[in-house]
Design a protein around this ligand. Structure first.
Ligand code: NI
Length: 255
């Protein structure tokens, strides 16, 4: 399995990375992309990717911290992004649910980082919360999927997922897929093509059932795989194999 979105540099997981990786290995999780959300966490993601063979990194600034995106920060991200173990720019996007940064600033940071991804030829990892239409419009306008991309922890409807796929994106699902109220996400999982699906934990957040309430970690991605398999009426091994293959493809990982 491939956990396409984890925050191993988060304070809740930081001190325990060796044990977390051991448990991931035992659960059959072979690769993990550690995702940045601001400059320091992006630098930490790259350090982890250098330290551990199975970890890859994404660098970028989350919409919550859009106000930290200065020309200097963009330069530093660009320097990091050239590293061979950096496989994407992210997570970037729009969050109108918490609105921790003004929306115009979020949009500006999103666009600047799409341009950064284009400049270095790598895909993007998109965070979208309650901003579905603005995200899809921006992606289309700036041809953001030129080098591929991921809609992370997808929460939109089926027509928007279809538009994202058409724009070059993969659709990734996390723990919420296992929750009772996830009817819309479950419909999307069933109806989009298998070759566009990914799994992730977004750990330490979004712990899947039946472990909800505990701290999340990459080993738990198997519950997302199992749920996806049950919904699609496929064997979990097949879903594990195919989502891993999709992840390697979007992140450009050859080994
Ligand atoms: Ni995340």
């Amino acid at each position: 399995m491939f956990d396409t979105h984890a925050h191993l540099q988060d304070r809740k997981l930081q001190g325990d990375v060796e044990n977390i990786l051991q448990r991931a290995r035992e659960a059959g999780v072979e690769k993990i992309t550690c995702i940045g959300y601001d400059l320091p966490s992006s630098q930490e993601a790259v350090l982890l990717a250098h330290k551990y063979k199975q970890i890859y990194a994404a660098v970028g600034v989350h919409p919550h911290d859009a106000e930290t995106v200065t020309p200097e920060v963009l330069e530093r991200l660009k320097g990091l992004a050239k590293d061979p173990k950096v496989v994407a720019i992210g997570e970037i996007g729009l969050d109108y649910y918490r609105d921790l940064s003004p929306r115009d600033k979020q949009m500006e940071a999103f666009i600047e980082q799409i341009k950064l991804a284009h400049a270095i030829g790598k895909p993007i990892v998109v965070h979208d919360r309650d901003a579905n239409q603005d995200v899809i419009d921006t992606i289309k306008k700036y041809k953001a999927g030129k080098n591929g991309g991921i809609m992370h922890c997808y929460s939109g409807n089926l027509p928007l997922a279809a538009e994202a796929i058409k724009a070059g994106f993969y659709i990734s699902f996390a723990g919420p897929l296992t929750y009772k109220n996830a009817r819309q996400a479950q419909e999307v999982v069933v109806k989009i093509p298998m070759d566009r699906l990914l799994v992730e934990t977004d750990c330490p957040y979004l712990t899947p059932e039946p472990l909800r309430g505990k701290i999340n970690e990459p080993a738990h991605v198997r519950y997302v795989v199992e749920k996806m398999a049950a919904l699609r009426n496929q064997h979990p091994d097949e879903v594990a194999y195919l989502t891993d293959r999709n992840a390697r493809k979007v992140y450009g990982i050859k080994d």
